[in-house]
Design a protein around this ligand. Structure first.
Ligand code: PMP
Length: 372
């Protein structure tokens, strides 16, 4: 056995995936992090056409120019971000974009502020780049919204970057505009980078999404097609940053994957420029399910924030055995502690499952876990 690098050895594989592998296949899965919808028909057709047209060769490293132009238009229209096609990189999901940010900007001695709890990949990407994690609690009393004042306390001369994720995985919290703006101002005053993961931007209820890149030049904005267009397996995302940052990011992308899949890029172009009715339908359905799951959990006595985005709720559940008991009874959930120490005494439940299944799952929890 050849020794792996000291950088990779301490990293653990995701416990979430492992858990799905060992549990009862008939269980209702509220552990999952992907939409239960399929790719809209118009997007599928665009990808079929790509194959039939033999449009299956390499694209430019940064992606097709038509797609990058469509992304520029999207950033302007949805986010108030002025960019241009040279400063866009089409990536293999937001996952690759995250990894690129860490590899291009983080090194030994750098401190990276991470919301606690947050998406598992953030910690792994920072560690793989030798950075030091500085957690900042997203408190339940603030509905898990990251607050600029709490961030401000964590800034030192070694602060290199902060990860923002609104709406959030795992809490569904949507940050307030004033906090986004205040953190953007801090990034300019203290010279650190904001890596803004906006992948759940469109899955938001009665609330507006704000991008820090509108207020600061020290921002890399990440997004993708996995959640909004249910394109998880097609592995396609994108980022934008200023010219200097984009050039550094491109070095990691170019020598790692050359370019994102041509077929997926054609699908992504159709996703952005075609009709958006399927997105609206999906978000309305998510909202109905959110209303149901929050109501049922609160009725069972598990204090649950009425999360304003993404497709997760993060009830307070102090029973240490809850996740195992629920799995045995037939409902898969994820322990909140998997997302950071501040996730302890919480459980992440995803409502990317049908309304009927969520109802059934809540009945099972009520009968067999709460009253069992
Ligand atoms: N960021 C967050 C917050 C996520 O939840 C996910 C997917 N679970 C990703 C990024 C990665 O998405 P992609 O499929 O685009 O790589």
């Amino acid at each position: 056995m050849i020794n792996p690098a000291s950088r990779t050895k301490p990293i653990e594989l995701s416990q979430i995936r492992k858990m799905f592998e060992i549990t009862n296949p008939n269980a209702i899965n509220l552990g999952i992090g992907e939409p239960d919808f399929n790719v809209p028909e118009n997007i599928k057709q665009a990808m079929k056409n790509s194959i039939d047209d033999n449009d299956t060769h390499y694209t430019p490293n940064k992606g097709y120019i038509e797609l990058r132009e469509a992304i520029v238009d999207k950033f302007k229209k949805d986010n108030g971000i002025e960019t241009n096609p040279d400063n866009i990189i089409v990536t293999v999901g937001a996952s690759e974009a995250l990894y690129m940010c860490a590899q291009a900007f983080i090194e030994s001695g750098d401190e990276v502020i991470l919301p606690n709890p947050s998406f598992l990949s953030y910690e792994a990407c920072v560690k793989l780049a030798d950075g030091k994690i500085i957690p900042v609690d997203c408190k339940m009393e603030n509905e898990f919204k990251l607050k600029a004042d709490d961030v401000s306390e964590k800034i030192t001369k070694n602060t290199k970057a902060i990860m923002l994720n609104s709406p959030s995985n795992p809490t569904g919290a949507v940050m307030e505009k004033e906090d986004i703006k205040a953190i953007a101002d801090l990034s300019m005053d203290h010279d650190f980078l904001i890596i803004s993961d906006e992948i759940y931007e469109k899955i938001i209820y009665d609330k507006k999404h704000y991008s820090p890149a509108k207020y600061s030049d020290n921002v890399i904005t990440l997004n993708g097609f996995s959640k909004t267009y249910a394109m998880t397996g097609l592995r396609i995302g994108y980022l934008t940053a200023n010219e200097e940052y984009t050039e550094e990011l491109l070095k990691i992308h170019q020598y790692n994957i050359a370019c994102a899949s041509t077929v997926s890029q054609r699908g992504a172009y159709e996703a952005l420029t075609g009709p958006q009715d399927e997105v609206t339908k999906m978000v309305n359905e998510f909202k109905n399910r959110r209303d149901l799951i929050v109501k049922r959990l609160n009725e069972m006595g598990y204090e649950t924030v009425n999360a304003e985005g993404a497709f997760y709720v993060f009830p307070k559940i102090e029973d240490k055995e809850f996740v195992q008991k629920a799995a045995k009874a037939g409902v898969i959930t994820v322990p909140g502690a998997a997302f950071g120490s501040n996730g302890q005494n919480h459980v992440r439940m995803s409502y990317a499952n049908s309304y009927e299944n969520i109802e059934k799952a809540m009945n099972i929890l009520e009968e067999r876990v709460v009253n069992g």
